[in-house]
Design a protein around this ligand. Structure first.
Ligand SMILES: Nc1ncnc2c1ncn2[C@@H]1O[C@H](COP(=O)(O)OP(=O)(O)OP(=O)(O)O)[C@@H](O)[C@H]1O
Length: 887
């Protein structure tokens, strides 16, 4: 190695700008300048036996000036002094010939002899300039005596600096050197361990420590670091072995420190990685692991599954293009990205919607349909007949755009269940969309996807839920939609119900047309009036009036009781409700037009029976294990001798009397049980008597959302300015009716001599307050006109109206009584309240044909053409003013 290298006295010199080649280091240089190309060509390339060259550091002018400044007063063996020495030693020829370069080139006076390990020659295009790439290995230090030029490159007269072998052997005995060597090796060892730990390798670097002489090791280690030029120069100048070892130890130590600091910083930075970054990294790792394991349930596979689902959803071609565009967008997104989940939910909806899926429709069997309607519903003959007609048309022309049926009637009269029977008869799926309280158009049409939390409208949501594109869709409570600043849901419904438009129904969220034309729409409403005329025009109204008590009784016996018993897991063996009891329930606990409340009361009885059965099953089970006789036997024996005797008790299930079990379990509802379960009666027929016991109260028949109702009207008078006060959730029309009644009365006050106090101006001087009790129920309509005037006449004449008489009719300012709607419901309501006399407008006579004859025969129906007719019949003994009247 170095010791064995024979150094010539002159060496061609390759200047190494601001860099140092140390002995033991290997470098790769690209020679492009004409000077170095020539040197390589002549000294290395063209020679058969590759010679040595000298690599001499040179520094830039600025750096040289700076270091010469530093050098003043510096130590005796530093590079800086060497620089000066080298320039002093330069030959004259160079001083003359290269005056310009001299200003640039500041030679260092120590260099390293190097040999070429590899050479390659290239020609630059298009200039044709020759270049060389040289791989050089540093061998040993030398001192420059003199530099001169050989042709275009430099040569130097040199002297050897490294110790001979003998000198080295002697130096190795020096205790200081032994100590320094140990120190250096320990530091070097530490560095190797850290590096190996970091790179998770166990290399052969450690072997070097034992095999390579320490003075060379110092150079090799330092050469492998990236050091400042000045540090490298000082290492090159460390000719003395002690100096070199301590310098190398210092540099290795420095390097160790910088690795430790870098390590700390990395740890700190890693600790500061945000949660999401960590999650991201972990997810990436998880994905990689899943890929390795061949697991398919990650996001990408999810998207692939979604795509497959979309492909099999039968999406029409025009929509498919749109869906594809959205899918491509989704694929480019990260799951954490905003918009990812909304895009995904949207595509899921596209995939879930039944674009083509329909329920197979068999040919409609009208007889079966009729049978089904009959088994599901009692009575309702006209309604059923109309449904059969509807089905018959569909049978003849399946794609006929028949009218949309709209069942109108009070709650609990079977509107919903009729619609579901239609679905059953057509063998189609049934879906109910509740429109009650819908005020926002977006509820029907959906929100645009730009809104946060946007959703499809109820119709699209319903179609998705039902899973077929041809269900029977019940638009429940279509009269309860209202419009406000958020749009008009009714106008959106117009599009839905129009066969021309619903083929391309446009839901804002879906944003692509959806074909609703295969859906059969059925609507329900409590009242016709609130339905906008345009919407009503698209529907065929079928009215379902309330039931008579007799009809309710039949519905209860035939439908409600068996259904409720079944729903509660009972059988007729456990609950028996007789007709008489059902009648009592109808009379005392319900006063509705439909049968919902009746059904609820029957359900309460069924629950009581269920509790009883459950309790008795418990006791029966206990008696299975403890036979009464054996228990007493056991007790006596235990008491007698305090000794336990075992007795085999039969566990046969038939052991006890099954007849006893059922007779004990059955709940036969009688009046006592009825009151125990349902509480004291809620209604009785004495209510009217009680209410009209003072003057100023009259009994009217009105129509509310709950069907026909009996309405008491109360009026009172007090000192004031003649103002009219009205209370009790009243609409504008009813307020106007009150005004009309009062005006009519005031106009006749003198004639009628109404003042009981004898003061004919009483009506003008006093405030009047009219109240409609049951304030929570909104009331409107003109039919309270005659009731209002009767109440006022009663107040001012101080005569009580007849408690058994209820009235209805609109009155004009002239005192005419006009016909009103809902006569059947109103008569039925009167019947429910036990009212025996009803005064109706004369022209409503024809409406009585709808009223069951049993009801008609149970009450007296009176007719009125003028208000006076009403008053004549409403008071006991005729019109109160007749005796005073001048007319
Ligand atoms: N004629 C009838 N025969 C047998 N059961 C009936 C009849 N009418 C109503 N019902 C029963 O009464 C209950 C209430 O009926 P449904 O829910 O159809 O009333 P609705 O008119 O739709 O009420 P709402 O207007 O409150 O929705 C149901 O269990 C229904 O089966």
């Amino acid at each position: 190695m170095a010791e064995t290298v024979e150094l010539p006295s002159r060496l061609a010199i390759l200047p190494f700008r601001n860099k140092v080649l140390l002995p033991g280091a290997v470098i790769r240089i690209r020679c492009t300048s004409p000077r170095s190309v020539k040197l390589v060509e002549q000294e290395l390339w063209q020679r058969e036996e590759k010679g040595l060259i000298g690599v001499l550091p040179v520094r830039d002018a600025e750096a040289a000036a700076f270091s010469s400044l530093l050098s003043t007063g510096a130590g005796s063996d530093t590079g800086e002094r060497s620089v000066k020495a080298s320039t002093d030693n330069l030959g004259d020829s160079q001083k003359q010939g290269t005056k310009n370069q001299q200003e640039l080139i500041h030679w260092h006076n120590r260099g390293v002899a190097a040999r070429a390990l590899h050479l390659s020659r290239g020609v630059e295009k298009p200039s044709g300039r020759v270049t060389y790439i040289v791989v050089l290995e540093g061998l040993c230090r030398f001192n420059v005596q003199e530099i001169s030029e050989r042709g275009t490159y430099y040569v130097a007269r040199i002297s050897r600096l490294d110790m001979t072998k003998a000198e080295l052997e002697q130096a190795e005995q020096d205790p200081d050197i032994i100590l320094l060597s140990r120190q250096f090796k320990a530091t070097a060892m530490e560095l190797i361990s850290i590096l190996e730990q970091k790179q998770k390798t166990s290399g052969r670097t450690k072997v070097l420590l034992d095999t390579v002489p320490v003075h060379r090791l110092a150079d090799i280690f330092v050469a492998s670091f990236e050091l400042e030029f000045e540090e490298q120069i000082s290492m090159l100048d460390s000719v003395d072995l002690k100096l070199r070892l301590s310098k190398a130890t210092e540099l290795v130590e420095q390097h160790l420190q910088s690795i430790r600091v870098a390590e700390k910083i990395t740890q700190k930075v890693e600790g500061q990685l945000s949660k999401t970054q960590k999650e991201f990294l972990l997810r990436q790792q998880m994905r990689a692991i899943k890929e390795e394991l061949g697991d398919n349930d990650d996001d990408e596979d999810d998207i692939a599954a979604l795509e497959r689902k979309m492909q099999s959803a039968g999406i029409p071609p025009t929509v498919w293009k749109h869906a594809q565009r959205e899918l491509r967008r989704l694929k480019k997104m990260q799951p954490q990205q905003p918009g990812y989940s909304s895009s995904r939910v949207y595509l899921e909806l596209l995939a879930d919607l039944p674009w083509q899926k329909v329920t197979e429709e068999h040919e409609i069997d009208l007889n079966a349909a009729k049978e089904r309607l009959d088994t599901d519903h009692h009575g309702l003959h006209k309604v059923k007949q109309r449904i059969i007609e509807y089905l018959a048309v569909r049978k003849l022309k399946p794609d006929a755009r028949g009218p949309v049926l709209c069942f109108v009637g009070p709650p609990g009269v079977g509107k919903t269940s009729l619609a579901s029977s239609i679905a059953g008869a057509l063998n189609r799926k049934f879906i109910r969309i509740s429109l009650g309280g819908v005020k926002d158009e977006a509820d029907i049409r959906g929100h645009r996807r730009t809104y946060i939390g946007s959703m499809p409208g109820r119709l699209i949501e319903g179609v998705k839920r039902v899973g077929v594109s041809n269900p029977v869709m019940l638009l429940d409570e279509i009269d309860k939609t209202g419009s406000d600043i958020r749009g008009d849901p009714a106008s959106a419904l117009l599009e839905v119900l129009d066969p021309e438009q619903n083929r391309t129904f446009n839901d804002h969220y879906l944003n692509v047309p959806y074909d609703l034309s295969k859906v059969i729409f059925v609507a329900t409403a409590n009242k016709v009036q609130p339905i906008p005329p345009a919407l009503l025009d698209r529907m065929e109204v079928i009215e379902l009036p309330g039931y008579t008590p007799e009809e309710k009784l039949k519905i209860a016996m035939k439908h409600l009781i068996p259904r409720v018993i079944d729903q509660h897991g009972l059988s007729p063996n456990y609950l028996q409700i007789s007709e008489a009891i059902v009648k009592l329930v109808i009379e005392r606990y319900t006063r509705e037009a439909g049968v919902r409340s009746l059904e609820r009361n029957i359900a309460a009885l069924a629950r009581a029976a269920a509790v009883r059965v459950a309790e008795q099953e418990c006791t029966v089970q206990v008696s299975k294990n403890f036979h009464p006789e054996s228990t007493s036997l056991l007790e006596t024996r235990l008491g007698d001798s305090a000794e336990v005797e075992m007795e085999v008790i039969s566990m046969d299930a038939n052991h006890h009397d099954t007849g006893a079990f059922s007779s004990r379990s059955v709940l036969v509802v009688d009046e006592t049980i009825l009151e125990k379960v349902l509480g004291p009666p809620r209604f009785d027929n004495g209510e009217a008597d009680e209410r009209v016991s003072i003057p100023g109260v009259s009994v009217g028949l009105v129509w509310t959302a709950f069907g026909g109702e009996v309405q008491f009207v109360e009026s009172a008078t007090m000192v004031g300015k003649g103002d009219l006060h009205l209370t009790g959730q009243l609409g504008d029309v009813i307020k106007e009716s009150a005004q009309i009644a009062l005006t009519w009365l005031r106009a006749r006050a003198t004639d009628l001599n109404l003042s009981a106090a004898g003061d004919v101006n009483l009506l003008d001087k006093r405030d009047i307050h009219i109240h409609f009790p049951a304030g929570a129920v909104p009331k409107d309509g003109p039919s309270a006109g005659v009731t209002l005037v009767t109440s006022l006449v009663s107040l001012f004449s101080q005569r009580k109206v007849r408690a058994d008489t209820a009235m209805t009719g609109e009155m004009t300012l002239r005192g005419l009584v006009l016909p009103v709607g809902g006569i059947k419901d109103k008569v039925l309501a009167a019947h429910r309240y036990g009212i025996k006399r009803v005064i109706l407008p004369e022209r409503n006579l024809k409406d009585l044909v709808d009223v069951p004859s049993a009801v008609l025969s149970s009450m007296e129906i009176l007719f009125a053409r003028r208000v006076e007719d009403v008053l004549e019949q409403a008071f006991e003994g005729g019109c109160p003013w007749r005796q005073h009247s001048k007319i």
